[in-house]
Structure formats: structure tokens, C-alpha cells
Ligand binder design. Sequence first.
Ligand SMILES: [Zn+2]
Length: 244
Amino acid sequence: MAASQLYQDQHGTEMEQAISGPLRYHNVCVLWIQCQPEVLNKRLDDRVDDMMSRGLIKELEEFHHSYNKDRLTNHSKVEYQLGIFQNIGFKEFHDYLILPEEEKCTEQGKQLLEQGVDDMKRATRKYAKKQVRWVTNRFLKRPDPDACPVYALSGTDITRWEENVGSPALEIVSSIIEGRIPSQEPLPLEPNGKNPAVHNVCDACGGKVFLTLADWTRHRNSKRHRNTVMKKRREEQELLRNER
Ligand SMILES: [Zn+2]
């Protein structure tokens, strides 16, 4: 099943989505494993280094030669906004990948490679921040009485995973299943502004929240939103084609 189909199902019908964007299932809870930003950033950086040591560059070179090189000769401007090409860790190495083989081991080549690693780390951190923003917008800025509770668990110290994540998660979920109130309080909802009766979240635009129906309608009709939706649709189609 395509991811887009899953999102669609989770949001219920188009009609419901237009009014309130509710979740399809009731009695849902969210377990949000959080991490202190400094610790998370270090972890993300380490992951990039780890990918490098496990042969990321070789993989990117192969992909570049099989799929990207021809594109570059056909177009004067490089497009990294579509489908697979926008994945973190590919466009960041563009300058290095287009170097002729013999230049890759020169001083300049090494510098470009290092630049690529730095850029990839920066992009990964930025993406992680965006995910946090998305969860906050989607689940905490929701004045809906139906809003599902979000329980924060700390993944900062993985040596204490069981104590900080494993057992509290089990306690929360089993309490909810058995109809008891979990001992841990959910995160508070964030202040919601002028009209608590209507709210909407635009997933296509990165989880933007609209607090009035007028704002939501205006947004849905805006050129920007429609372009974003169309672009996403094209990307998904291209991804599907690539998977075949
Ligand atoms: Zn939108």
C-alpha cells in the first residue's frame, strides 16, 4: 500500500478531512520518544559517519552513474527536488559526484567530499527538527476534544532505555487498554487561538495548523498549497514508477 493511501485512510474521508482532520481510529495514544537536542544531533552526526564508513560514497557513485549522469547531460539545470533525488544524502554530494574520477583524490576532491558530509549532517538535523515540529503541530496544537493523548518518553540515555521507554510505554498502553488512567500525564495541549471549534492540519504543507475555517479554506484555495499538493502527487507517481 502506498504511504499516501495510508495517510488518506488515517484521515477518514475527504469530507471529514475538510472539516476537522480527525484520526480515523478512536482510543488512540501517541508515544513520543524524545531526545535532548544536543544528544540527538550527536547521534545523527554519528549515524552519517557510520553510513560513510559502511560505503555510502560507493553506493552514491553507482547510483549517480546509473541514474543521474544522463539527466545532468540532458538538462542544463540540475533538479534535486523530485522523487528519489531529493533524498538526504544524494544532492549534498552533487559537487563531488560530478568530478572526473582522477580529480576525486586531489585536495579539492577531498574538500568537496568533506563539504558533502557536513551538508548531509546539516540536512539530517534540519529534517529531525521538522519532524518534531510536525508532531507538535499535528498532535499538540489540537483543541479537538477527541485529540489523542501524547505521552513523552525520554530516549536521551539509551543505557536506560528499559527504565525510561520500555516499561513506562508498557504501563501507559496496558492502562489504556484496560480502561485505567496511566500514571504518567500526557503532554499538555498547546494554546490554540481564537476559534477552538474549528481547526485543521495541512499535512501536505508540513503540518501547518489553521485555527479558523476561513483560514483553512483560504489556504486550501491558495496557489501555494495547490502547487505543493500537485508537486507531491507527481513525486509519488515518479517514486512508484521507479519502484516498478
Ligand atoms: Zn497546504
